[in-house]
Ligand binder design. Structure first.
Ligand code: PAF
Length: 276
């Protein structure tokens, strides 16, 4: 595995005929990231992973400074997983002039975007830069960040970016808790309590499946999540996917999503319910 920090060196390392599977990350790798590498290995000649904690997607009072980082551990995991090139730039490299950024027009004012203003502008800005540097054939994103996936798909469509976006399933612990770099902030009891989020979402999915109205399913979900000790609900939403607009009777896919704040970690999770 090669470690590259310079965009031009990265370009030189990849021949134009090679199919490239790209896994963008902010590091502190877990099984979710490694499953993306596995998917990328299946259908590309070369796998490129990036590790970059992107400052522009963090709000002023968010956890940029204490976001977990451990490059040596990440390097070993990436190597073991079969990554060919690890792109590890610094902030000056990624934001040399910072003259231009991507702005999301629709879909960023709901769910995580409502509580994290500007977050998705930062995500699309850095993803756009990374796509221009890596020029991947396919890029792999986990559905835990379902809103992020929808907005990246929209950006790729709107900007005619020649990359295929692959939606990859959420990887969970045995308890159902979605794997996340931020789980490291949970105490042992919070980790047990946080597993309730997935149970409540699964129950909501069953509700929709059995014909219960969206409003009733949402009310029950709020009740279930409200009962989790030592936590507060940030949001609970059921929206059309991937448009992220209000759920309607003919929606083919509904995103049932929640964010729950524990003492030191804000966790997100979701289920996508497909009609039929
Ligand atoms: O999902 C993430 O880890 C980040 O939002 C991403 C896509 C790497 C952009 O910084």
């Amino acid at each position: 595995m090669r470690i590259v920090t310079d965009p031009l060196a990265l370009r030189d390392a990849i021949s134009p005929e090679t199919t490239v599977g790209f896994v963008p990350t902010m590091g502190y790798l877990h099984e979710g990231h490694l499953s993306l590498v596995e998917a990328a290995k299946q259908e590309n000649d070369l796998v490129v992973m990036s590790i970059f904690v992107n400052p522009t997607q963090f709000g002023p009072n968010e956890d940029l400074d204490r976001y977990p980082r451990d490059f040596d551990r990440d390097e070993a995991l990436a190597r073991e997983a079969g990554v060919d090139i690890l792109f590890y730039p610094d902030t000056t490299t990624m934001y040399p002039l910072d003259m231009a950024r991507v702005t999301v027009r629709t879909g960023a004012d709901v769910l995580c975007g409502a509580s994290r203003p500007g977050h998705f502008d930062g995500v699309l800005t850095v993803v756009s830069k990374l796509f221009n540097i890596v020029r991947p054939t396919r890029a792999y994103f986990g559905l835990k960040d379902a809103q992020q996936v929808a907005l990246i798909e929209g950006y790729v469509h709107d900007y005619f970016v020649p990359v295929e976006i692959r939606r990859c399933p959420i990887i969970r612990e045995a308890s159902g808790l979605a794997k996340s770099s931020r789980n490291v902030y949970l105490s042992e009891s919070e980790r047990i309590e946080a597993a309730e989020i997935n149970k409540a979402l699964t129950e909501a999915e069953t509700g929709l499946q059995t014909g219960v109205a969206v409003t009733a399913v949402k009310a029950r979900l709020i009740e279930r999540l409200d009962a989790i000790p030592n936590s507060t609900i940030d949001y609970v939403e059921i929206v059309d996917y991937p448009t992220l607009t209000e759920a309607h009777d003919t929606s083919q896919e509904l995103l049932i999503a929640a964010a729950v704040q524990f003492e030191r970690a804000r966790l997100i999770d979701n289920v996508i319910w497909k009609r039929g």
